[in-house]
Design a protein around this ligand. Structure first.
Ligand SMILES: *[C@@H]1O[C@H](CO)[C@@H](O)[C@H](O)[C@H]1NC(C)=O
Ligand SMILES: *[C@@H]1O[C@H](CO)[C@@H](O)[C@H](O)[C@H]1NC(C)=O
Ligand SMILES: *[C@@H]1O[C@H](CO)[C@@H](O)[C@H](O)[C@H]1NC(C)=O
Ligand SMILES: *[C@@H]1O[C@H](CO)[C@@H](O)[C@H](O)[C@H]1NC(C)=O
Length: 394
């Protein structure tokens, strides 16, 4: 033993090992390992709750802040409500507190007051013990008229749902990732005009962030509604978010194009991280359940609160996701017609320990077995087991 340790070669080896270890140690002192940065470009992945939660608070509470928009009052009649014919998109005309009024010029508009009040509320973030993550105003857009809407009215509900919606088109009209019709494009441009009329001369509550479902009709609605073009200074690039897409089922109009195609088609847009080349969600034989849509909506909102600082955000998404977002924040149900928009104010905070969790601890993507189609249904296997995707979060 002694002989071996004493040999020259072994001594040199030991010295070499010791030197390497010391060098390594010094390097770690000089260049400490960077903490995992929280990427601002993830909306459909795991929310970084665990990394940013103070102490034992691990769950988020997302609530609709009522009192700013007519749409969240129980007495507003949603069936006759038209957001474009309502003053200031439904913003309630009201007096704000004296410290808000004092800060603004006498010619300030209701939007100026609204924005100042949201900024004031957002200061709650600074009082750590309140556990407030912040306030956000989301403008949720449902796409304007697209070709599949025409298809449905042309063929009738049953024939559409059970047969035609599964085709890429009928030779005349194309339904796969349906585009806006000329009427739809006009509708979105009209929205741009009304938006300018309401907000043009204040420019204050305009979106700081634009997010879009990766379906063409949503992206085009966003582009036309805000006249998003290359210009100087460039507006912030809109971002494609996988989880903002319509519930995925057998309808071809809810399948998306490849990353490469979208990148060419929408050069202005950015993509969230890990946006896959091919549509990972759509299949020709199963429908997504409502609880799965709700799950996606919550994941999206949590990421938004934990990763982004922007407060006024335009979101081009779809009927089922808007419904799910309203449910997730405890907003009353408010059906949004094709090509319309709903503004919502959301407060995000940590749940105090001891409070019951607002969400199931584990989520799964679920798929329904089939539609109630009989003769017309050429695709669905009625004996197939419902599929469960083991995509779990905690
Ligand atoms: C309000 O008045 C100021 C000058 O006092 C002017 O700079 C500003 O553009 C006006 N704002 C609106 C919304 O008219
Ligand atoms: C295809 O559907 C459209 C409605 O979207 C309809 O106007 C057109 O006539 C249909 N074409 C054929 C060949 O049936
Ligand atoms: C849209 O933006 C472009 C480029 O900035 C501008 O030339 C055009 O007039 C705008 N259109 C509308 C309807 O505002
Ligand atoms: C499908 O049909 C069955 C039996 O007719 C009915 O109980 C069920 O509610 C229907 N489901 C849907 C989603 O319409």
């Amino acid at each position: 033993m002694i002989n071996i340790l004493g040999s020259r070669r072994v001594q040199r080896l030991l010295f070499f090992v010791a030197a390497t270890v010391t060098l390594f140690y010094l390097m770690t002192l000089l260049f400490p390992e960077k903490k995992d940065e929280i990427s601002p470009l993830v909306f459909s992945g795991r929310p970084p709750t665990r990394f940013v939660a103070p102490g034992r608070r691990k769950n988020l509470k997302l609530e609709n802040v009522k009192g700013f928009f007519l749409q969240d009052l129980s007495e507003t009649k949603e069936d006759i409500f038209n957001v474009f014919q309502t003053r200031d998109f439904g913003l309630i005309q009201q007096e704000y507190s004296i410290d808000i009024t004092n800060k603004l010029p006498p010619n300030a508009t209701q939007w100026d007051y609204f924005r100042a009040e949201i900024l004031r509320l957002d200061q709650e973030r600074l009082t750590k013990r309140l556990g407030v993550l912040g306030y956000k105003v989301l403008y949720l857009f449902r796409p304007s008229e697209s070709w599949h809407h025409r298809g449905e009215s042309y063929y009738g509900r049953e024939s559409w749902d059970c047969l035609w919606t599964r085709q890429d088109g009928n030779g005349t009209a194309q339904w796969i990732d349906a585009e806006l019709t000329p009427t739809g494009i006009e509708g979105a441009k009209y929205l741009h005009k009304t938006w300018n009329k309401h907000l043009g001369n204040t420019n204050l509550a305009i979106p700081e962030l634009f997010l879009s479902s990766p379906l063409s009709r949503a992206a085009d609605t966003l582009i036309h509604s805000f006249n998003l073009t290359f210009r100087n200074p460039r507006p912030p690039s809109p971002v494609f978010v996988e989880f903002l897409r319509e519930s995925f089922g057998v309808d071809t109009h809810n399948s998306r194009r490849s990353y490469t195609t979208l990148k060419k088609k929408y050069p202005l847009f950015e993509f969230e991280e890990e946006f896959s080349e091919f549509d990972p969600l759509w299949t020709s034989y199963r429908d997504e359940t409502d609880s799965s849509v709700l799950h996606r909506a919550k994941i999206f909102l949590e990421n938004l609160f934990l990763r982004r600082n922007e407060m006024f955000i335009a979101v081009a998404t779809h009927e089922s996701i808007i419904k799910a977002i309203l449910e997730a924040i405890g907003h009353r149900q408010f059906p949004i017609p094709v090509g319309h928009m709903i503004p919502v104010v959301i407060k995000g905070s940590w749940l105090q320990t001891g409070e019951p969790r607002t969400e199931a601890e584990r989520y799964k993507m679920f798929y329904k077995k089939n539609r109630n189609c009989t003769e017309l249904d050429p695709v669905t296997d009625p004996d197939a087991e419902p599929e469960v995707d083991m995509d779990e979060f905690d």
